[in-house]
Design a binder for this molecule. Structure first.
Ligand code: URA
Ligand code: CA
Length: 432
């Protein structure tokens, strides 16, 4: 087999066999295929697309390029949730203990986040003492006994994806549905869960800016998962404005605690219930989505979900007293209000711009090496569709420095107040 022939074959719109795809992925990962040929192949895929069969084979070739996690020692159906990423997305923190409170095993691997705020791990580390330095046996034992644990990302998961993603980043080939779908699914499959619920975001703050693109990506990922034997479904949800009110690590921890108590923001609560119900169904713990939703509401209302969260934090060294004493979470030195300049209705909150404002405060990382400040971030006081009087606070800035004029400018530029405004639909569609 020669890579040049495979590039020409894909360039001409033909279907690559499983062996040919494996030859390409193996060769690029071990260095025998150089960057220039791999980029030509990626560009050919970008223009010619891939069939479902090719997508599944590409995904599995990437899975097999490195380590995979074996979760078979954990009892029950392991269901994972993945979000394509948004601003202020606190759902994982809520869902993990919520679903675990129904005896559904949550065996989560987590890494540090890049972008507006930290990842789930950073948010968890806003609880003093919490750590993920546990070994594989402890991890499996914790999930078997307590139904929820988080472990750090293994070093050598899907190395082919790491290399291909980096190359795509500099060759204009990131935005290709078969390449994105196989990249995301390879990581989920290598992480070992039996079933996967995908939260594909759409709108200004999302990777996919339109419903059409989000649906195409979701369909591709759902077919890959089901074709390789992992029961997969997707929810398309709104990310035109940030989710919930809090954007920032400790602030989102507080928001997650409120939501587990049944006192969270309406949109975060609803998305959590929608995704959670799908997870309960995939875990085969309920017969209908409505039954699943009732089960989730019950463990919120009777306090079991919150108790599970405390148990989970304490199991991994965390100070669980923060749940009842939020003042023990990292606190910012300065709280600065951003008053509305005019009266009206909030017509638009540009999610990714608000995300950048949070990052300017230090809530997120621009590069892997950056340190983040867990205490800082933003609290929104209005969402799209809410009315506002001049002088009302739109946002509170939580900062560890006094000078925040650039953050303030960003916020004003991203919140539009007009005569009319309507709350966007949260759940756009469900793909099974
Ligand atoms: N996220 C991923 O993990 N992979 C892609 O290709 C795009 C977004
Ligand atoms: Ca939030």
């Amino acid at each position: 087999m020669r890579i040049v022939d495979l590039i020409a074959k894909k360039r001409d719109g033909k279907e690559l066999s499983a062996q040919e795809i494996e030859f390409f992925v193996k060769g690029y990962t071990d260095g025998s295929i150089p960057d220039y040929q791999a980029s030509a192949m990626m560009m050919a895929i970008y223009f010619q697309d891939m069939t479902d069969r090719e997508c599944a084979d590409l995904t599995m070739a990437m899975v097999n390029s490195g380590d995979t996690i074996d979760l078979s020692a954990i009892d029950g159906i392991k269901v994972d949730k993945h979000s394509t990423g948004g601003v202020g997305d606190t759902t994982t923190l809520v869902l993990a203990p919520l679903v675990a409170a129904l005896d559904i095993p949550v065996a989560k691997m987590s890494g540090r986040g890049l972008g507006h705020t930290g990842g789930t791990l950073d948010k968890l580390e806003s609880v003093k003492g919490f750590h993920i330095e546990i070994n594989k046996d402890q991890f499996i034992d914790l999930v078997n006994r307590h139904k929820v644990a988080v472990i750090g990302q293994s070093g050598n998961l899907t190395p082919a994806d790491k290399k291909m993603y980096a190359l795509r980043d500099v060759t204009g080939t990131v935005n290709s549905i078969p390449l994105i779908a196989s990249s995301i699914m390879s990581k989920k499959i290598a992480a070992g869960s039996d079933a996967i619920v995908l939260d594909v975001k759409t709108g200004a703050g999302a990777f996919m800016k339109t419903d059409e693109d989000a649906i195409a990506l979701a369909k591709s990922m759902v077919r890959i998962g089901n074709n390789v034997g992992r029961h997969t479904m997707a929810v398309i949800s709104d990310m035109s404005q940030p989710l919930g009110f809090a954007i920032g690590n400790a602030l989102e921890m507080q928001e997650a605690i409120d939501t587990l108590r049944g006192k969270g923001p309406a949109d975060l609560t609803e998305l959590t219930l929608v995704l959670g119900s799908q997870m309960v169904m995939l875990a085969k713990k309920a017969k209908t989505l409505e039954e699943a939703r009732q089960m989730l509401l019950e463990v919120i209302n009777n306090g079991k979900a919150l108790e599970k969260f405390k148990e989970f934090l304490a199991n991994q060294g965390g100070d669980a007293s923060v749940v009842d004493h939020p003042e023990r979470l990292p606190q910012a030195k300065f709280k600065i209000e951003v008053p509305a300049k005019t009266a009206g209705v909030v017509a638009n909150i540009i999610a990714d711009e608000i995300g950048v404002a949070a990052m300017l405060l230090g809530a997120g990382r621009a590069t892997k090496e950056d340190d983040i400040d867990l205490a800082v971030g933003l609290m929104l006081h209005r969402k799209v569709g809410d009315s506002v009087q001049a002088g009302d606070s739109l946002v509170t800035i939580y900062a560890n420095r006094e000078e925040v004029s650039s953050v303030m400018d960003k916020i004003y530029n991203s919140i539009e107040i007009a005569k009319h405004g309507q709350a966007p639909k949260l759940i756009h569609t469900v793909i099974t």
